[in-house]
Design a protein around this ligand. Structure first.
Ligand code: FES
Length: 315
C-alpha cells in the first residue's frame, strides 16, 4: 500500500538529527504498526529510503501521525539530505509500515542495544516492553554525551532500565553486557555494522542461541574505496550485466527490468538473498554466518559485490 503523506513538523533534536512528523495528505487515519516498524519513503532522485518509526508510547492500531528521526549524513546516499531538505507542508509518498524487526512474544527478559541513530526502533521497543510488563534493559551507545540525543528522554521514561554509554568517556562493555544476560534473554541490537557484528560474535562465542539475537543495520552500505566493476550472469537466461563500482547488483538489475526481490537495501533483512552458481562473492551483509560466507553458495545482492570478475547467480 502506498501512502500520501504531508510533513507537519520538522524539529531539530540535537546533533545532525531532526524529528519529522507526517500525517495523511487527506487527513484520514494512518495504518497502525508494531514496535520496530519502518516506512519506505520515495525520495525521488535519492531513491527509496527506510526510516524506523519512533514512538515513546506503545504503537498500535490506526495512527493520527507517524514520527521518524533522521540523522543527516553528508557522505551517505542522499536519502537523509533529501529528507532534511523537506519543509513543513511538503508531500511525500511512502509505503504503509513494514516490520522486519519485530519483538517476539513471550516473557523472556530482553536486552536492547542501540548505537547512534539506531536508537529509534529501540525507543519503540522500550515503550512496548514497558506496556507488556516484560523485564528489559536498554543500552544506548553514542560517540559522546553531547550526541546522546534521546538519552535524557529515555532515562526519564524508563529510569534505571536505561544505561547511556559514550565512546569517548564511558564506553559500553558489550561483552560484559551480553555475557551477563540471564539465560534465555532475547537480544535486539540496532546500530552500525561494526556494532552488530560485535554483538553477533560475542553472542555466538557465549553460546547464545542464534534465534535469541535480532538485529537491524542502521546505515546504508557505503561503497568501499577501490570497488571495481564486475559482471553478473543470470544462470537461467545467460544474460550478463556489468555492475559498476558505484551501483549495487539490485540497482543494476532493476534498472534493466529484471524482477528482483529486496527490501532493506542495507544487507540486514535477507530478502534479496540468492544462490551463487559460480564466482566468489564479496559479502557485505550482516545476515550470513561466517560458515555461510565461507561456503559462498548464497549472497545478499543489495550490498554484496564480487571478488571474481563474474558471478553467475540463480535469480
Ligand atoms: S534487501 Fe535486505 S538484505 Fe538485501
Amino acid at each position: 500500500m502506498t501512502l500520501k503523506l504531508v510533513l507537519q513538523d520538522k524539529t531539530p533534536v540535537g546533533g545532525r538529527i531532526a524529528q519529522f512528523t507526517f500525517t495523511a495528505a487527506d487527513g484520514s487515519p494512518l495504518p497502525g504498526y508494531t514496535a520496530g516498524a519502518h516506512l519506505d519513503f520515495d525520495l525521488g532522485a535519492a531513491g527509496i529510503r527506510s526510516y524506523s518509526l519512533v514512538d515513546f508510547t506503545p504503537p498500535g492500531d490506526a495512527q493520527a501521525a507517524y514520527t521518524i528521526a533522521v540523522q543527516r549524513e553528508e557522505d551517505g546516499q542522499g536519502g537523509s539530505v533529501a529528507m532534511h531538505a523537506l519543509e513543513a507542508g511538503a508531500e511525500v509518498t511512502a509505503t504503509a509500515p513494514k516490520n522486519d524487526f519485530e519483538l517476539r512474544d513471550g516473557d523472556a527478559p530482553v536486552l536492547l542495544i542501540a548505537g547512534g541513530i539506531g536508537v529509534t526502533p529501540i525507543i519503540s521497543f522500550a515503550a512496548e516492553l514497558d506496556r507488556r510488563g516484560t523485564e528489559f534493559a536498554a543500552h544506548y551507545c553514542t560517540r559522546s554525551e553531547a550526541l546522546s540525543t534521546f538519552g535524557a528522554q529515555l532515562s526519564d521514561a524508563y529510569g534505571d532500565r536505561v544505561s547511556l554509554w559514550f565512546d569517548d568517556s564511558k564506553p559500553a562493555d558489550l561483552k560484559g553486557l551480553i555475557e551477563g544476560a540471564t539465560a534465555g534473554t532475547q537480544i535486539y541490537c540496532c546500530g552500525p555494522k561494526g556494532m552488530i557484528e560485535a554483538v553477533r560474535e560475542i553472542a555466538a562465542a557465549a553460546g547464545i542461541d542464534h534465534d535469541h539475537v535480532h538485529f537491524e543495520l542502521f546505515a546504508s552500505p557505503a561503497s568501499h574505496e577501490g570497488d571495481q566493476p564486475f559482471e553478473v550472469e543470470i544462470a537461467d537466461t545467460g544474460e550478463v550485466y556489468v555492475i559498476p563500482a558505484d551501483k549495487t547488483i539490485v540497482e543494476v538489475l532493476e534498472e534493466a527490468g529484471v524482477d528482483v526481490m529486496y527490501d532493506c537495501q542495507r544487507g540486514d533483512c535477507g530478502i534479496c538473498q540468492c544462490d551463487v552458481v559460480s564466482g566468489e562473492p564479496d559479502h557485505r551483509d550482516v545476515v550470513l554466518s561466517e560458515a555461510e560466507r565461507a561456503e559462498g553458495n548464497i549472497m545478499q545482492i543489495c550490498v554484496s559485490r564480487a571478488n571474481s570478475a563474474r558471478l553467475v547467480l540463480d535469480i
